[in-house]
Design a protein around this ligand. Sequence first.
Ligand SMILES: Cc1cc2nc3c(=O)[nH]c(=O)nc-3n(C[C@H](O)[C@H](O)[C@H](O)COP(=O)(O)O)c2cc1C
Length: 139
Amino acid sequence: MNAIVLYYSYTGHTKKIAEKLAHTQGAELVEIHTKGRLGKLNAFVVQCPRAMMRKTAAIQPIAQDLNGYDMITLAGPVWASYPAPAFNAMIKLLPAGKNVQLLLVSGSGSGGTKKSEEGTKRLVKKQNCTVLAYKDLKG
Ligand SMILES: Cc1cc2nc3c(=O)[nH]c(=O)nc-3n(C[C@H](O)[C@H](O)[C@H](O)COP(=O)(O)O)c2cc1C
């Protein structure tokens, strides 16, 4: 199976988890970067409300063509109880018809609320993809 793990990490926790997961799955690993540097004040004051509104962040393009993978894992941090805007941007990269695993990393390990989880799964389904797994991990 051709698997890929895409991850966004602001402070390095998701990065470590994604690296381990990719190693275990024998998957390719790709880090997603936002366009421009994201300061702490911006993250908390601007991006947290954006996370709650399910907005995306501007991210740098990736070299991989995701059409070529059978399993795509998206991993990223929880901000203000919702996936960080860069995570939402990764969802938008999904080609239709893919099997997807979602991995949210948070300080509490609760990954936000049930409402957050359901909304995130809905965004993936909107891309015409299937959510095979959803996990909340403590960073
Ligand atoms: C802007 C911001 C908002 C956060 N909001 C939450 C939150 O609502 N709930 C929570 O449990 N952790 C929250 N955290 C903690 C992160 O989710 C946690 O440290 C996670 O492991 C970070 O992943 P990363 O190191 O890959 O960026 C927040 C962190 C940041 C920077």
